[in-house]
Design a protein around this ligand. Sequence first.
Ligand SMILES: Cc1cc2nc3c(=O)[nH]c(=O)nc-3n(C[C@H](O)[C@H](O)[C@H](O)COP(=O)(O)OP(=O)(O)OC[C@H]3O[C@@H](n4cnc5c(N)ncnc54)[C@H](O)[C@@H]3O)c2cc1C
Length: 459
Amino acid sequence: MGRAAICISAPCGLTLEFSPMHNPPALSLPTPRRVAVLGAGIVGLATAWQLQRDGFEVTVIDRAQPGLGASFGNGAQLSYAYVQPLADPSIWAQLPKLLLSRESPFSLRLRLDPQQWAWGLRFLAACRADVSARSTATLLALAEESRDALQRLLADTQADCDFMPSGKLVMFGSEAGFAAARRQLDLQRLLGGAEQNALTLAECLKVEPALAGSAARYVGGIHTPGECAADCARLCAALHGVLQARGVRFVLGDAVGDLRREGDRLVALQAGGQWVEADAFVAALGTGVAGFARRLGAALPVYPLKGYSLTLGVPEEGGLAPTVSITDAQRKVVFARLGQRLRVAGLAELAGYDTRIDPTRVAQLRRAASEVFPLACGGGDVQPWAGLRPATPTGVPILGHVRGAPANLFFNAGHGALGFTLAAGSAQRVSHLLQGAGVGPRRAGGFSRSAARPAAGSA
Ligand SMILES: Cc1cc2nc3c(=O)[nH]c(=O)nc-3n(C[C@H](O)[C@H](O)[C@H](O)COP(=O)(O)OP(=O)(O)OC[C@H]3O[C@@H](n4cnc5c(N)ncnc54)[C@H](O)[C@@H]3O)c2cc1C
């Protein structure tokens, strides 16, 4: 039966065309068509897995080893229900603090960088209730697809990545914050979101006894039993191994170099001292995507939002460290249990492409960890990390073809704070687009190529 394509005018200024959820069986074709996936973070690797499974011949290109970008030390949350974008009307009231306070979870360091200013203005334009609600609905749909798609990926690859159906508790320190969260919960129920329950403090402690040491800080929480956690870096490493074993070619250690175009198509690019030819290209370059797109005449509103994480060893006996994922809503810090480790992550700085680790930010996260879990974070084994979220102003990723870019170049980029969560579903959508574009091994009925149109209301 034919499948209708869905057209969404994304608030980031692009019109995206998606096919409905669909997971075709693996194909075995005598002459598969060639796709080059640029970028071996979680988004590129999930895309390579999906494309290879759908019968394409895949080459993956990265300037580094797989999984060393934003995917390496992220917050480890598979956050299918918590997708509300940072661009929200509440930002306006917080602006002075954001600009002036170094302790704020979201901070802005202005630079002489036109890309930063342009992104910042589009971000502010997206801080409207209607845009935020639209983005939330778009992200919720993609997150639900991603939940199923990741289950398939894990079942197929048997990747060992500390995956845990941990559930999540978001804890609130004020009655006002808790009340606002309950209102958001009602909205998400209307949108058909996942099961979520508002719990009293006593109920929260039953769900996660390790919160006992900081119970006095909280008034209650929202529990989402269906949320999961996993180690994204370990998943990237596992995917690299599985894909190599299945014949995916990796060209690593060299940035994308010269590009060769013929008419409106990209036909080859240089990497690793060779020309890599392909019928189609998928750019999954994280924060590198905007610069790459500019070289080809396309403008992508993707800019880095720097964040930090710590990975702490958990005491041998366990018990005092959480097994449920915890978010401290006020500090915007997340905690995820990864085997015998606890990942603590947060902070968002609009400060350019600098990945240096600022010791004051590490201390800020360390303080949050020892306040929320005083009995789990005493050890000296702390691995600090900083990474750059590839963020669009609205928080909605860019999937598909973009006006100005070569016709056979597809984007899978701009997943911001949710790239781990959304990688598998985004990969599935991009594979559908490639099949519909006629560059794939088969044309699936009803699939159609994405087309970017001029922004109706750009963010
Ligand atoms: C502190 C922090 C916490 C986070 N927590 C979560 C979370 O809990 N849950 C969640 O879902 N998401 C989270 N995220 C977001 C998530 O990590 C990112 O959205 C995701 O990793 C993006 O994946 P990616 O593959 O697009 O980018 P990356 O992982 O950055 O990969 C891009 C790849 O492209 C390569 N590349 C770039 N430019 C070039 C070039 N010119 N030539 C060749 N190669 C190039 C890079 O080397 C890199 O390997 C967090 C991010 C941060 C920073």
